[in-house]
Design a protein around this ligand. Structure first.
Ligand code: ADP
Length: 235
């Protein structure tokens, strides 16, 4: 039994390494290509030089994002992640995170529509980890939302906890694909474009964190609106 589990873990690890190596190689090849052109001074003018530097820089940032995702994911998959659970006022925390994302959203022709209740709602979460969840969800909403457009953020009491919903417009995701978007490395058909290309780890990280805090997450796609519903237990 243990042997079987070890074999499975080993298989997953190999898969992780293969996928990540592949995702890192693409931007790295392009960075090396542009740096080589610059090193050999094969540029027509200063403007072209600036453009090559800009692309190399953008690709490096993209690689940094992939490495951070990978690091976060592997540390979450190791058992015994220390959780610093606290009683957090979700209205406040959510309000702050949304504020921080307003400039990036505006740059992308997006606005936030937020509906937080008057009543203060509390959840028992590790605030730092929760921020990571929201960063991934808002990051995705900004990447995948139809522009110009709106990102919806809703908070309400639900059972013995709270429910938080993030919505954006986008192409409907067919049910068979929707069921898989929380899997590691899963990306919906057509998302593997260079501009948006993540590693497909973002939602896997979100799900691990939410479940570690005793919560649950599900996604819906209806009439061109994609919504993520997170439930978290109250203290
Ligand atoms: P990544 O963004 O790196 O591809 P994720 O795990 O964050 O990986 O997301 C998996 C897939 O789910 C994405 O490739 C995208 O197709 C789809 N997706 C995630 N969030 C959204 C969203 N807010 N709107 C539309 N599609 C989304």
């Amino acid at each position: 039994m243990n042997l079987e589990r070890e074999r499975q873990t080993e298989k997953l690890k190999n898969e992780l390494i293969t996928n990540v190596s592949h995702d890192l190689r693409t931007p790295l090849t392009s960075i090396l290509g542009y740096l080589r052109l610059l090193r050999d001074q094969r540029v027509e003018d200063q403007e072209q030089q600036r453009e090559y530097i800009r692309i190399a820089y953008e690709k490096s940032e993209h690689m940094k994002g992939l490495v951070e995702d990978l690091f976060e994911y592997t540390s979450l998959s190791n058992r015994g992640v220390p959780l610093n659970k606290q009683t957090v006022c979700m209205n406040e925390l959510l309000g702050q995170i949304v504020e921080a994302y307003v400039p990036l959203a505006e740059e992308n022709q997006l606005t936030f529509h937020k509906e937080l209740p008057e009543e203060r709602l509390y959840a028992a979460v590790d605030p730092e980890k929760f921020v990571r969840v929201m960063e991934n969800l808002f990051g995705n909403a900004i990447k995948y939302c139809v522009k110009p457009g709106e990102i919806g953020v809703w908070l309400k009491r639900e059972g013995q906890g709270i429910e938080l919903t993030v919505t954006n417009k986008g192409e409907d995701i067919p049910p068979d694909q929707l069921a898989r978007i929380f899997e590691r490395f899963y990306r919906v058909e057509g998302s593997r474009s260079l501009r948006t290309g993540g590693a497909g780890l973002g939602l896997a990280i979100v799900k691990s964190i939410v479940e570690l805090q005793g919560g649950a997450i599900r996604a819906e796609s209806r009439e061109g609106v994609i919504s993520f519903h997170i439930w978290l237990p109250s203290p």
